[in-house]
Design a protein around this ligand. Sequence first.
Ligand code: PHE
Length: 447
Amino acid sequence: MDQNLVKREQWSSKLGFIFAAVGSAVGLGNLWGFAYRSSQGGGAAFVILYILVVLIICIPVFVAEFSLGRNTSTSAFLAPIKAAGQNWAPLGWLFLVAPLAIASYYSVIMGWTIDMFFHILFNKLPANKEEADQLFNLLSGGNRDMIGQILSLFLGGLIISAGIKKGIEKINKICMPLLFFLLFSLVVWAAFLNNALEGYYNFILNFDLSQLFDPDNIKNAFSQAFFSLSLGIGIMVTYSSYLNKKSDLPKQSFQIASLDTLVGLMAGLITFPIMFTFGFGSSFDGDPIGALFKYIPTGLGDYGLAGRIVAILFFGLIYIAAITSLISLLEIPVSTLKDKFNFDRKKATFFTIIFTFLIGIPSAINAGFIGKIDAIANILLILGGFLVSFLLAWVVPKTLDDELINSGSSLITRNYLKFMLKYITPILISAGLLVTIKQTLIQWVGN
Ligand code: PHE
């Protein structure tokens, strides 16, 4: 495996790395999850909790993942073993299994998205809730969604088989600016909707203090933060393994987390005005899938051709955001097969795609299954975040220290991050993890 170290691929520039990491972070989680979760948790209280989790917990975890990846220069599966020995192999397994689990259903949802995109490109939007239900059942039922699923995996595979610079970096450099442009245009469009102000109010101003302590809201903030930042499951370990020794890890962590949060907020500034203008109220009625695939197209249907164009842009935007996340998920098994079994990139990609397709079949057949794996994946993300912080702060503190010094961080930044990772982050994540597990179990038993 060591021969890979010599010729390990690298990002061509700092910006290339940032684009790729933001590309992984920004995805369905921001454009869909952020809005529906905040609608469940009293708007502002969720947004505040989310931002606190990002600032206090996620940024140090980012630094830990980046330090592990850059220091070991190997795939996420092998990195914990290389850093701290065989006892840490289970963390490598978590880093392998969790991205595969997410990729399995992520590609199915991408299949629905691309199907919806083409449907509304050639047909009118649904006129009412019944038509929207019918349309969604058509997209997500039977074998039809497997076509979108396999196409998305194939497209993702095509990109990663081209390599780090020519594949992942290149596509992100094209998609990220496009995504920000589309997003910004839609925010401006939504600002002119009749009930835009009511939407904003419910998204960020409607503040209920008690919601800050509501366990479901806390679970939502943790799950959303880790999922949205692609944190805790080795994505950032893998991406930083292609990084050169000099880049400033704490600074880049902050930049990536800020851009990702900005996208989540912008998505809310689009979806909330839509929901309120078209009378769908503040709650997505416990039907998050419905929110994206039923209410939004139906609502936009009232706006004639302009509404249809917006819907086409919106679903195009979601697909672009999702493909750059899917490739980061697939890169974990691909890099593992390369580093551990010396597969070449193309062969590793081929096996990864076939395997991901097969384990995604239950999600394609039964949409209800997606919620279940998603809940388990969210727990794994938070658990992984805990373990990686613990590993860097307590087991291999020298690795963390070396990487912070390599980054050129000031003494204050270094001490702050070391202190957080040692004493604060693990405790807060453990608390978040327990609440998340408990609320998930309550939900399951309740159903
Ligand atoms: N962060 C991506 C999103 O918000 C999803 C993702 C999660 C990607 C975990 C990689 C790892 O959609």
